[in-house]
Design a binder for this molecule. Structure first.
Ligand code: SF4
Ligand code: SF4
Ligand SMILES: [Zn+2]
Length: 277
């Protein structure tokens, strides 16, 4: 279906991944993006049992805040509840992790942070110790048990393993011979993509181009001497992990899931066709 697909890593660290993907089209890139945001599972707190809450916050508010705390996810050790052999609505130690919170403001007002959550698992813990959950005035107390499960972003955004996932066309900038080297496009570019040398305009930092067209609109020539467009089959794909999973694992899982879904679709089409024949 596609030409030879080529992937180049432009940037990678613990949280971010930026790839140049060549040889694919927009529907594939969009499917990949949606798979990352909706299908790659991660852990999040899904239920709580409130034992004691004398804070000013309602139980539901505390539950909502707990649900949105990103948890480090161990995809190799836990099952999605719907796929777990236990078939129990309460879950088992293969599909559920219990975290406890037991904090009392004994001497004065305090803030409860994610570091106060005690997980029964060494791997499934909040990604940061510094996420505030609630404030307690003197003698107020919160005591609860929270249950985390694997889930998917299509059910609730708390199960999205990314805080950002987007793609853009790989930019293409063409400067024609009609260019008078007036430098207006260089001045207009907010990303400093272009530079003016003695007798021509050069593309200095193509990757930074956002395809905003400001440079082309500033060109006084008629027709314009600068044209900015996107390559039809090359894209810059960026994602930022919530730290629930490493960015490269999110990408690998997304490709695996998309591949499986496409194979299932192909199988269904074949069945339909043979029924019609
Ligand atoms: S399209 Fe926008 S970002 Fe790209 S070179 Fe022109 S002005 Fe700069
Ligand atoms: S604005 Fe147009 S004419 Fe002026 S330097 Fe840029 S491309 Fe050349
Ligand atoms: Zn289970």
């Amino acid at each position: 279906m596609f030409k030879q697909v080529e992937i180049k890593v432009l940037e990678k660290d613990d949280e971010r991944l930026r790839l140049l993907i060549q040889g694919v089209d927009v529907p594939y890139m969009n499917a990949l993006r949606r798979t990352v945001t909706s299908e790659v599972p991660c852990m999040a707190i899904d239920e709580i049992v409130m034992v004691e809450n004398s804070s000013v916050l309602q139980d539901e508010t505390i539950a909502h805040r707990l649900g949105l705390i990103p948890l480090r996810t161990d995809l190799d050790s836990y099952n999605l509840p719907e796929e777990c052999p236990c078939r129990s609505e309460f879950g088992c130690n293969l599909c559920r992790v219990t975290l406890a919170l037991d904090v009392e403001a004994k001497e004065g007002s305090i803030t409860i942070f994610s570091s106060d959550l005690r997980s029964e698992s060494q791997t499934v813990v909040p990604v940061s110790d510094k996420i505030p959950i609630a404030k307690l005035a003197k003698e107020q107390k919160i005591r609860l048990e929270a249950y985390a499960r694997l889930g998917k972003g299509r059910t609730h955004a708390k199960w999205q393993p990314v805080s950002m996932c987007a793609y853009k066309y790989f930019p293409k900038i063409e400067i024609s011979k009609k260019c008078s080297v007036c430098g207006k496009c260089v001045e207009m570019c907010p990303r400093k993509v272009l530079i003016k040398t003695d007798n021509k305009i050069e593309v200095h930092n193509l990757m930074a181009c956002t395809l905003c067209q400001d440079c082309a609109e500033a060109c006084p020539e008629n027709p314009r001497a600068i044209e900015v467009s996107g390559e039809e089959d090359a894209f810059i794909f960026s994602l930022e992990s919530t730290k629930a999973l490493p960015p490269e694992r999110i990408m690998a899982e997304a490709v695996k899931i998309l591949d499986k879904q496409l194979k299932e679709l192909e199988g269904q089409i074949k069945v339909k066709k043979s029924e019609e024949d």
